[in-house]
Ligand binder design. Structure first.
Ligand code: SAM
Ligand code: SF4
Ligand code: SF4
Length: 336
């Protein structure tokens, strides 16, 4: 199979599927409670891709060179029958790396079954170990203890190396980061500090709330010297550093200050079956209705091939030159 490249010579390698737009938390930077009062804001079940439709799309993308699939949301663990869906995706030929992004609250219930079903890796989102800060950022839902219980369950199920995603906001959780970093040193897990991004339209993004990764890197390096990890896999979103004392690694995802569009190989499909070629796209391509109208696997392969070969997205690199904030799809629909 020849590699499928976009107009900037970036191959299609990576697929992120949002399996549900609902969530049990209300993180202020993603789906702030006050923005979700309108009825009908969430998709009704019929509008969601079914397990079979998701599996079909994974087969389509795998035929085009995708080996890495990440399941996200909303909160994926809220989707009924999620473990069975994982099993179906894990058995698709060509999928060698199947990962999940979760807030971990429901992991105690599902971690062992997910391992059994073939899930390879888990990323857990956790913004602070300080209960008050955590609750403030999670919209007064969940607790640090619940996330810890989820992490423990994942470890016990055999997920030895977790990624811990931490969104950083100035004067909101940045004063608690050193505790968080310290806690996860020597655990085998890797904290990734994420710059607050201008995804969606409802999260009150403000550049003043963004703490540049370079500042965090310096702060952490001053306490625990860091060395850049020499070999970074292509398409890796995080810049990785190793603690010089052997305590593990840390990553920085710096979409605002150090965009990484140059090797972005990620396609995205929302829970309602819209294809997006960039996290910041305003408009997607409807795949669900094509499937429901009877379009088969071969034709879908050609549709995606056509879309990817025309892809020219590099929003993060252009952000600073755009006149004003552009409309985007919400993060809880698109998935991270
Ligand atoms: N609910 C799951 C979770 O939180 O892990 C999966 C979906 S969530 C949308 C995926 C990731 O996006 C999370 O790690 C979250 O912290 C991150 N995220 C959401 N909104 C963000 C924003 N405005 N800026 C940066 N990261 C964001
Ligand atoms: Fe839910 Fe994840 Fe968004 Fe937080 S970041 S509101 S946990 S989907
Ligand atoms: Fe990829 Fe779009 Fe993010 Fe650039 S802005 S790295 S093209 S998702």
């Amino acid at each position: 199979m020849t590699q499928l490249n976009d107009t900037l010579a970036r191959p299609l390698r990576d697929l992120r599927i949002s399996v549900l737009d609902r969530c049990n938390l209300r993180c202020t930077y993603c789906m702030p409670e006050e923005s979700l009062h309108a009825r009908g804001v969430f998709l009704r079940p019929h509008y969601l891709l079914s397990d079979g439709e998701i599996e079909l799309l994974v087969r389509v993308f795998a035929r085009l060179g995708v080996h890495k699939v990440r399941l996200t949301g909303g909160e994926p663990l809220l989707r009924p029958g999620f473990v069975e869906l994982v099993g179906r995706i894990a058995s698709v030929e060509g999928v060698t790396d199947l990962a999940l992004t979760t807030n971990a609250v429901l992991l105690p219930r599902h971690a062992a079954a997910l391992k059994e079903a073939g899930l390879g890796r888990i990323t857990v989102s956790l913004d602070s170990l300080d209960e008050q800060v955590f609750r403030k950022m999670a919209g007064n839902r969940g607790s640090v203890q619940e996330v810890f219980d989820g992490i423990r369950a994942a470890e016990e199920a055999g997920f030895a190396k977790l990624k811990i995603n931490t969104v950083v906001q100035r004067d909101i959780n940045d004063h608690t980061l050193m505790d968080l970093v310290s806690y996860f040193r020597n655990t085998g897990h890797t904290v990734r500090l994420i710059e607050f991004m201008d995804v969606g339209n409802v999260n009150h993004w403000d550049r003043k709330l963004v703490v540049p990764s370079a500042d965090l890197l310096k702060m952490i390096h001053d306490r625990w010297p860091l060395m850049p990890v020499a070999k970074q896999p292509l398409g890796e979103t995080a810049r990785r550093y190793a603690f010089s004392d052997g305590a593990g690694e840390i990553g920085f995802i710096s979409s605002i200050t150090e965009p990484f569009c140059g090797d972005c190989s990620r396609a995205r499909v929302t829970a309602e079956g819209l294809f997006y070629s960039c996290l910041f796209s305003a408009k997607g391509t409807v795949l669900r209705d094509k499937i429901r109208e009877g379009m088969g696997e071969d034709e879908l392969v050609e549709v995606i091939r056509g879309l990817w070969s025309k892809r020219a997205d590099r929003y993060s690199e252009l952000r600073n030159h755009l006149p004003q904030r552009q409309p985007h799809v919400e993060m809880y629909r698109m998935g991270g």
